[in-house]
Design a protein around this ligand. Structure first.
Ligand SMILES: Cc1cc2nc3c(=O)[nH]c(=O)nc-3n(C[C@H](O)[C@H](O)[C@H](O)COP(=O)(O)O)c2cc1C
Length: 312
């Protein structure tokens, strides 16, 4: 287990943008399993990994994919949200700039899982230089037979296109993004219907953040269990942190302390001795009140009840 950064670990490898360097590090190997792994199996692995969307809402990725109706006669789309307009955020930009093939591999896997044969990468208007990097990567992947009529010789058809927005913050919201992608003004749509049922061109669509999609190849390569424990953000715990920060500093400090111990490779048993009793015993501080009380880490394992997520 790596217990360190996953996506940024090899980010400064010289030449990583090129398909040859990417493949030398095991890139695109997951596509060779298409023959043996069904779309449903891919969804199950991603569900089991606990991966949650990195676009803000923290919605479970595998679950989102499973909402796409299997029987729909309409085309299905996978859309990557590369708008990243939140002031001060730059993770997606850095990842795409340096490791574009990882995004492509993640999108191919996501497309396969939901039965899509076409995907779009929606970039904010200012990311024109990144569009050029990604377009080059797409061309390389097509030339290598990893995109197109017969992905990696599996018989699966899938292609990708980039699209540049006009630089409006609201276009990061998934339904506004879809309107913008269709050529309309980027204004949010009412939900339901949710994009999984009626998204791009009123067809089933999954919208996922860049970082979310980039985690998928790792999950398929190493297995759901590894991701659960290797994920440096400790996805569940990160969400726990965000919720707790809003309400109670003490609990937040305790959870961060435990995460740090975990990252240093301590065992769970050691941790349970180190985590302040307040959290272990489910006793919130005096200031911790109101409906968010549900946010207390009830089992002392850093994982909050699922119904607490959906912050975005
Ligand atoms: C106003 C607003 C702006 C948003 N901006 C972004 C953004 O820039 N990038 C992003 O990935 N998600 C953004 N989101 C969240 C998306 O609507 C959507 O939940 C996300 O792309 C889903 O991807 P995920 O499941 O992988 O997290 C924004 C949401 C709102 C309400």
């Amino acid at each position: 287990m790596s217990r360190g950064p996953l996506l940024f670990k090899d980010i400064d490898t010289p030449g990583l943008r090129s398909i040859d360097t990417y493949r030398k590090g095991g890139g695109y190997e997951t596509l060779a399993t298409f023959g043996q792994t069904s779309a449903d199996q891919v969804i199950e692995v991603v569900k089991a990994s606990g991966l949650r969307g990195r676009g803000g809402a923290g919605f479970p990725t595998g679950l989102k994919w499973s909402f796409v109706p299997k029987a729909s006669p309409k085309a299905r789309y996978i859309v990557c949200n590369a708008d990243e307009s939140e002031p001060g955020t730059f993770k997606d930009r850095e990842l795409m700039e340096k490791n574009p093939h990882l995004l492509l591999e993640g999108m191919i896997l996501a497309g396969y899982a939901i039965g899509s044969s076409l995907g779009y990468i929606y970039l904010r208007g200012e990311f024109e230089y990144i569009q050029q990097i990604i377009d080059k990567a797409i061309a390389e992947a097509r030339a290598a037979g990893l995109l197109g009529e017969n992905v990696a010789g599996s018989g699966y058809r899938f292609d990708l296109h980039t699209h540049l927005g006009a630089g409006a913050y609201i276009c990061g919201e998934e339904t506004a993004l879809l309107s913008s992608l269709e050529g309309y003004r980027g204004q949010p749509r009412l939900k339901p219907p949710f994009p999984a049922v009626e998204g791009l061109y009123a067809s089933p669509t999954v919208v996922n953040n860049v970082e979310t999609l980039m985690n998928v190849p790792y999950i398929l390569r190493h297995g759901a269990h590894h991701f659960r424990w290797d994920d440096p953000l400790f996805h569940d715990r990160l969400s726990a942190r965000i919720i707790v920060v809003r309400d109670c500093e003490d609990q937040c400090r305790a959870i961060i302390q435990r995460d740090e111990l975990l990252l240093r490779g301590q065992t769970k048993r050691t941790l349970s001795n180190d985590v302040p009793a307040m959290v272990r015993n489910n006793r919130g501080s005096q200031n911790f009140r109101g409906p968010r009380r549900r946010g207390i880490d009830q089992n002392g394992d850093g994982i909050l009840p699922n119904n607490l997520f959906g912050l975005g």
